[in-house]
Design a protein around this ligand. Structure first.
Ligand code: FAD
Length: 472
């Protein structure tokens, strides 16, 4: 390895300068560092909202690198071809990146690593997106965990290394390779008029994520146990969009929570457990990649789910089912790019159980609309809700979206925030929905609020009959 040849750091879903082992290794070598982001097929294949949000994140990272005298080189095309071209242009002999675990990234990274190694390049992947590598968490029999509770018991006491510090300078190469312009990539194109509506709800970048973590640990986490299920409360971290893009690392969250837990906060421990759910989702997708595309429990393949875009599905997507909890949640999604966890469970249950519609339709809609879209958590969440996943809610447990409202939104604050129809003085956020949706939906706050397309009780009966007919 030449002493002065540059090191390429390939950024993907790790858009930060602190606790970044790959970048830290490059910086510590003292050699010039060429940070790069590649718009490859995986980026082009993202849904509208995650692609737009990624574009914001990449722009922000570029600014952070410039602030420490470095740069982010932007290139589009096949990842291996681009990396080889950059190696040729810069004389780099090392490429470092943070490991990814979803099937498409795993395949790409394997191919890139073996081709680079064959070409004599030192290609290394580092831990960064997770705390526990999926292959290091094993049951007593040597297999992987399919149920969360034993997974949690196995990882909760593990030693998670302290996060690495912030990088404050990087040696620049003698000459910077050419870069493309982020604006030319059009990553936000599919958001159309929705972008202006969602933008104020975005928490962009590493500093904002760190501020939120500090605020959450200081002011919110102690009540996390009681408030995290109430969608009208600011009761959770709301860090999923930052975790999804690596603007904050899981171990930064873990250690902040652990310090609070050691001061006696029970809520902080529950928060750590949720971070472990994220790890579990990656554990599952790494060991069984088919969770992203096929019923994890194969017996569900014979279930006659609706797989078509019919009027019920359209009503679900548009937040016009006439079931208030579902509609409020679907509109929250459209306006903020996020949805409260309790609400995600309700809308997923309503789609897959009351409407007997395939979870893949919901998964794909979330994939298009969520700014915190995460391939592992989304797949696990949908299969959990449908009953087809490994550690899933039992298929015969059908959430009642009406009684759930009485339990989790007693004052109806959540539904009044998001539903405008039938109200003389709608909430400003409820009106934003009509500025975000495509004009072709032709909806107005002056419309009547719809009657339920399928009531809570009738849908439950229908679902239970369908399950009985399949004799699971
Ligand atoms: P907090 O309650 O503050 O939790 C802290 C972090 O732990 C979260 O940011 C997240 O990274 C992780 N986490 C919490 N709950 C879960 C969970 N059930 N599964 C996996 N990780 C979890 N989460 C996503 O990040 N992206 C998705 O695309 C996604 N899709 C989902 C789809 C469905 C149908 C369901 C039921 C859940 C989905 N989730 C997804 C999980 C969960 O709803 C969100 O992580 C959570 O609402 C994010 O809010 P928060 O950051 O305030 O979470």
């Amino acid at each position: 390895m030449a002493e002065h040849s540059p090191i390429i750091v390939w950024f993907r879903r790790d858009l930060r300068l602190s606790d970044h082992p790959a970048l830290w290794a490059a910086m510590s070598s003292g050699r010039p560092v060429v940070p790069v982001f590649i718009r490859d097929g995986l980026v082009d294949g993202l849904g509208a909202a995650p692609k737009w949000r990624l574009g914001l994140g990449v722009g922000h990272l570029a600014e952070s690198l410039e602030a420490i005298g470095s740069k982010l080189v932007l290139r589009s095309g096949d990842a291996l071809t681009i990396l080889k071209a950059l190696i040729e242009e810069t004389g780099a002999d090392t490429v470092l990146w943070s490991r990814a675990y979803d099937p498409e990234s795993v395949k790409r990274d394997k191919d890139v690593k073996s081709a680079l190694k064959e070409a004599g390049i030192d290609a290394q992947s580092h831990l960064g997106h997770l705390m526990f590598e999926p292959w290091t968490v094993e049951t007593g029999q040597g297999g992987f965990y399919k149920v969360f509770t034993p997974f949690w018991k196995s990882v909760r006491g593990r030693d998670v290394p302290e996060p690495l510090g912030q990088i404050s300078s990087l040696t620049a190469p003698q000459e910077w390779p050419e870069t493309e312009k982020l604006e030319d990539w059009g990553l936000g194109a599919a958001m159309r008029r929705g972008a202006d509506v969602v933008r104020p709800f975005v928490r962009l970048g590493e500093d904002a994520a760190q501020d939120r973590l500090a605020h959450f640990i200081e002011n919110i986490v102690d009540d996390y146990d009681t408030k995290r299920d109430l969608p009208s409360e600011d009761g959770t971290s709301c860090l999923s969009e930052n975790l999804a893009l690596g603007e904050i690392s899981p171990r930064q969250c873990w250690h902040a929570a652990m310090r609070r837990m050691n001061e006696g906060s029970k809520g902080a421990e529950t928060f750590m457990k949720e971070l472990a759910w994220r790890e579990f989702a990656y554990h599952l997708i790494w060991h069984t990649p088919r969770i992203a595309t096929d019923n994890w429990r194969e017996e569900w393949s014979a279930f006659p789910w609706n797989e078509k875009e019919n009027a019920e599905v359209t009503a679900w997507k548009q937040g016009r089912t006439g079931i208030q909890f579902v509609d409020a949640a679907m509109r929250e999604l459209y306006v903020t790019g996020r949805m409260h966890n309790r609400a995600r469970m309700i809308v997923a249950s309503y789609l897959t159980k009351h409407l007997l519609t395939h979870w893949k339709i919901g998964l794909e809609w979330f994939e298009d609309c969520l700014i915190d879209w995460d391939p592992a958590a989304n797949a696990m969440g949908w299969q959990w809700s449908a009953g087809s996943g490994p550690d899933a809610t039992p298929y015969f447990r059908v959430f009642n979206p009406v009684t759930q409202l009485d339990k989790f939104d007693k004052q109806r604050s959540y539904v009044s925030r998001w539903i405008a129809e039938g109200r003389s003085n709608p909430h400003k956020d409820a009106l934003k929905y009509f500025d975000a949706i495509p004009l072709s939906w032709d909806l107005s706050p002056k419309n009547d609020y719809p009657k339920p397309i399928v009531t809570a009780d009738a849908g439950r009966e229908r679902a239970l009959d369908a399950y009985e007919a399949r004799d699971f």
